[in-house]
Design a protein. Structure first.
Length: 213
């Protein structure tokens, strides 16, 4: 449908002011909310994610598109809830204890949302206890830990250990990322997945969900 293509294109071109009116136009035309979400907003963000991963666009552009998607999604939420549309999975995300950096974490959260995940953002300076407490409470599928400093990345190990001592390690897929983090470090601390960027993180999560079906 033409309006869904317009939503996707507007999102890709970061035309923030147009998104709400286009989403409202689609709603007024009687298009189901799930269809607007998937074929309009998520379609556009998938393309944004691919371009970001390929180095064609950068953080500011992704954040502008993500904000536009959030505006559009807010209009759809009541319709999605009444239609009983559920998130494809639940993600608990935060920057680890001692670290106040959040740009990378915010990008991952946005890209996860664009894939249809419910994202519970704990913010920065999050303790291992808090990560696991909320993951248990919300019955999360993924626990995503971010760090920008070599001095704080070691606290990712605490999150893995806390899940083990709480007896819930097999309930979550633990993902780690951030500038000083690499696949070798992720393996050493017992994390399940390391990804180098936000787009890859969202894709990896979707791959895990698909494998579970």
């Amino acid at each position: 449908m033409e309006v869904l293509e317009k939503i996707s294109t507007a999102l890709q071109k970061r035309k923030v002011k147009e998104i709400k009116s286009l989403v409202q136009e689609a709603i007024d035309a009687g298009i189901p909310a799930e269809k607007i979400l998937n074929e309009g907003l998520i379609d556009g963000m998938n393309i944004i994610g691919t371009k970001f991963k390929n180095g064609e666009i950068y953080v500011p552009e992704v954040m502008m598109s993500a904000r536009a998607m959030k505006d559009g999604t807010e209009l759809l939420k009541p319709m999605l809830i009444s239609a009983g549309v559920e998130a494809c999975g639940i993600v608990v995300i935060g920057t680890v204890e001692g670290d106040q950096h959040d740009i990378g974490k915010n990008l991952v959260a946005m890209m996860m949302e664009s894939k249809g995940f419910e994202v519970i953002d704990l913010g920065t300076n999050v303790t291992a206890d808090k990560f696991i407490e909320i993951a248990i409470e919300k019955k999360a599928d993924f626990v995503c830990c971010s760090a920008l400093l070599t001095t704080t990345m070691i606290n990712m190990r605490k999150v893995v250990k806390k899940a083990e001592t709480a007896g819930v390690r097999d309930q979550f897929t633990i993902m780690v990322g951030g500038a000083p983090v690499n696949a070798d470090f992720a393996s050493k601390i017992g994390a399940d997945i390391y990804t180098p960027d936000a787009g890859s993180a969202a894709e990896a999560a979707m791959t895990v969900l698909t494998a579970r079906k």
